[in-house]
Design a protein around this ligand. Structure first.
Ligand SMILES: *[C@@H]1O[C@H](CO)[C@@H](O)[C@H](O)[C@H]1NC(C)=O
Ligand SMILES: *[C@@H]1O[C@H](CO)[C@@H](O)[C@H](O)[C@H]1NC(C)=O
Ligand SMILES: *[C@@H]1O[C@H](CO)[C@@H](O)[C@H](O)[C@H]1NC(C)=O
Ligand SMILES: *[C@@H]1O[C@H](CO)[C@@H](O)[C@H](O)[C@H]1NC(C)=O
Ligand SMILES: *[C@@H]1O[C@H](CO)[C@@H](O)[C@H](O)[C@H]1NC(C)=O
Ligand SMILES: *[C@@H]1O[C@H](CO)[C@@H](O)[C@H](O)[C@H]1NC(C)=O
Ligand SMILES: *[C@@H]1O[C@H](CO)[C@@H](O)[C@H](O)[C@H]1NC(C)=O
Length: 434
């Protein structure tokens, strides 16, 4: 079978930057009926400082890494690169790297960074289009105190509805080298949860986690190459394989493992782990995050998301993440993960990891004359100490919409403000027939 492979060469010019993390996800793109199987690859790269740029080239083309977030004490910087229209129909993409090593002193003995991704872009018999990879993200370093049990549950979802599993990387498949998993973590593949049990101080330090996430079809499918051969993929075969590598730091013991004392505790309205959110192209989604500690000081929100997501601190322990997705991510779902960090002297403490899934709809639906449209007027009263005439209406409406959808309204409802402060009325319309 003809395999067209593309080698992504990361030519790292600065050797001062050290590697922390990588996550790769892809979406198929373009017109499959013309046989032009293309894909858009999103990868997030974490390294030791934003000061060092990592210019690299693919086929002679220099690619840009945009900053996602950096740890304020200069521990790490996460960047996102987006590559599109580079892939041929059926490809395995090795990503060899030179000049980039993991941070110094990794306890499980990993020194040089190595990954392998499998991007599958042949047409699937069950959905009539190319596969989308399973999706996840993670911040470059997660901290756990050595005396506290912790479950680190990675977000994994698949836009095609496939079954997603994770496993440790396999050196025989060149997925890492060596692939030694951290001795202090145990992995549950079906939920991709890494469990940490209290240990002693000799286990403190950074560990490299080198995982692969894979999507499996729910029934046997065939993959068809343009004008070409078919391959059967059974429910035991992974369709695509995506690397997820990051650091887990086992820190000195904390006086108490109870959340809300030294370790930040999330408070409402922070979304629950794995919450599904919706927004539209060009419409701002705001995610409010709140946490508290009694015996340490909350210093910052650390997050991993598309690089166009911005953050603002709105009060002590209060943060807002905002995203206004562009047309390029229409009909895609992207993960956003975050941790709240607190400090006490030189010690840093992390909350649990929380992640949400954001699905981007193409445009606000325009009601068709053939389908019934329902219009409802909703009168709401808001009491606030701030001047409500100064709020961002799009953000505000989006929050109300998400609340209404959580009560079961269809996700094609649109909201419009029809009167102003002091009384705000909202109309809800839908062309849904259900
Ligand atoms: C895809 O390409 C085919 C053949 O050129 C064309 O007929 C079809 O309209 C295109 N579809 C889209 C969505 O562009
Ligand atoms: C981790 O998950 C296991 C299995 O679900 C559960 O028994 C344990 O209590 C959890 N530990 C923590 C610290 O949440
Ligand atoms: C720490 O635990 C390891 C393994 O459980 C053990 O071999 C070692 O002796 C312990 N060290 C101390 C200082 O207790
Ligand atoms: C899926 O394919 C495998 C290998 O060809 C076959 O053994 C199995 O019976 C198939 N399963 C179904 C449900 O068709
Ligand atoms: C945490 O702070 C509370 C309130 O200030 C105090 O009463 C408590 O002793 C502190 N706990 C520790 C372990 O320092
Ligand atoms: C968020 O913070 C940035 C700077 O970090 C600032 O430029 C921007 O105006 C802030 N946005 C809001 C809505 O407060
Ligand atoms: C989103 O905004 C851009 C720039 O203003 C515009 O070109 C595009 O058509 C808009 N897309 C939608 C779906 O509204």
């Amino acid at each position: 079978m003809p395999l067209s492979a593309l080698v992504l060469m990361l030519l790292v010019c600065s050797v001062q930057a050290n590697f922390y993390s990588i996550v790769v996800n892809y979406y198929p793109l373009g017109n499959v009926s013309t046989g032009s199987s293309t894909g858009i690859l999103y990868y997030k790269l974490g390294y030791s400082s934003c000061l060092y740029s990592l210019p690299y080239s693919i086929g002679g083309q220099t690619l840009v890494l945009d900053k996602v977030d950096e740890e304020s004490r200069g521990e790490w910087c996460q960047t996102e690169g987006v590559i599109s229209r580079l892939f041929s129909s059926n490809s395995i993409f090795p990503i060899p790297v030179s000049g980039l090593n993991w941070i110094f002193g990794i306890k499980n003995g990993i020194v040089s960074f190595k990954i392998q991704a499998l991007v599958e872009l042949r047409i699937r018999s069950d959905i009539g289009k190319a596969n989308t990879s399973p999706q996840t993200t993670i911040i470059p370093a997660i901290r756990v105190p050595s005396n506290c049990p912790r479950n680190l549950s990675l977000l994994m979802f698949d836009p095609d509805g496939d079954i997603v599993k994770c496993r440790n990387g396999d050196a025989s498949l060149s997925e890492c080298s060596p692939c030694t998993p951290p001795s202090v973590l145990s992995l549950s593949p079906s939920s991709c949860t890494l469990s940490f049990s209290p240990t002693n101080s000799s286990d403190e330090g950074p560990y490299a986690v080198q995982l692969m996430i894979e999507d499996f079809p729910r029934q046997n499918i065939t993959l068809t190459q343009t004008n070409g051969p078919q391959t059967i993929i059974t429910t035991n075969d992974a369709i695509s394989k995506m690397p997820v590598q990051f650091v887990v730091r086992v820190d000195p013991a904390v006086p108490s493992c109870t959340e809300g004392l030294f370790l930040p505790m999330f408070l409402p309205p922070t979304p629950a782990h794995r919450t599904q959110l919706y927004t539209y192209v060009n419409q701002t989604l705001a995610i409010s995050i709140k946490a508290q500690t009694l015996n340490s000081t909350i210093s910052e929100l650390l997050f991993s998301a598309p690089h166009t997501v911005t953050q603002n601190q709105t009060g002590p322990g209060q943060f807002t993440l905002r995203w206004t997705p562009s047309d390029s991510v229409a009909e895609q779902s992207h993960p956003i993960c975050f941790v709240v960090q607190a400090v006490l002297g030189a010690a840093k403490y992390h909350s649990e990891l929380r992640c949400v899934i954001v699905t981007v709809r193409k445009a606000l639906p325009t009601p068709s004359p053939n389908t019934p449209e329902y219009v409802a007027a909703l009168k709401m009263k808001f009491s606030s100490s701030m001047d409500l005439s100064k709020i961002n209406t799009n953000v505000f409406l989006n929050q109300i919409k998400q609340k209404l959808q959580s009560y079961g309204l269809p996700d094609d409802i649109s909201l419009r403000l029809i009167s102003s402060v002091p009384q705000i009325g909202v109309t809800v319309s839908s062309n849904s027939t259900t």
